[in-house]
Write a protein that binds this ligand. Sequence first.
Ligand code: GLU
Length: 324
Amino acid sequence: MGRMHRCSRIAPSPTGPLHLGNACTFLVNWALARNLGWRLVLRIEDLDRDRAAAAGDTGTAEILAWLGIDCDGEPVVQSERIESFAAAMGHLAREGLVYESPHSRSEVREAQEALGAPHASDAPRPFPASLRPAPGDAWRFARRDVNHRMRIDAGDERIDDEAAGPHAFRPAEVTGDFLVWTKSGIPSYQLAVTVDDIAQGVTDVVRGNDLLPSAALQSRLHRALGAEPPRWWHLPLVLDADGTRMAKRAGACSLASLREAGVDPDRVRGLVASWARGDARPEPVGPDGFRARIDPNILRSWHARASVSPPRLEERSLAWLHDS
Ligand code: GLU
């Protein structure tokens, strides 16, 4: 697919129930795509087979339909694409960018500690360059069941986020050489997401702000795979009433349980629109009404507001949802 057409994607991981935070990013993503004439594709990120199996059927298709979100074309299922990920690893290996990294977690920790500098517990601890192998055999992808890392060179990685504004990252100082293929024989999230964004012709990535630092690694991967990085649109995360991140385990606000309880999806859209716009009182809105309330400028002012006071799922909002 050419780069002429802009395209965004919805990429849920079926490892737990979808919640109101997911509804927020998915709905805004959909509204942007439909308002700006982009394609919108669906991708099921089910590489974590154990967690996906434990979660059972999360009913993604039904939930998206309930929210009024329609996607274009057939969904891509990552667990069916292992050979494409392996082919990308082959490319990276030929470029001399990836290596086998068999060190255990404790060996990595020891090497980090040997670097000397006292570390605050929350300071980033990049993978130590001392554990990078010398040029030679380890710089390959022979599909052995060991972790593989990609070499990350020093330097700023600038992300001019369409929603969150400009950010600069130094991935070599924060992550260092990062995991691209795991010893369980599957690609890491960073590799799989990048390979599939390229394969699906994704030009615009709309997702939660927790993944903003990943955009720096993914930009490097895009270039290493011969593609231009997409435009990024990272959206503020909605917090739980107690100010913590809305976790997928938050059963009470899972979309499946809201749907089963007979909640009107107009109210879910209304609540999301009120978060994005900073409206004091939500009102029910249909899909068209929701679209009419979302545009790129709204996203920028939402960020400005969220940096002062992030949107939260208040008890009274939950009560309002059920009050049909
Ligand atoms: N599948 C990831 C998640 O559910 C999102 C990946 C992405 O948008 O890049 O958190």
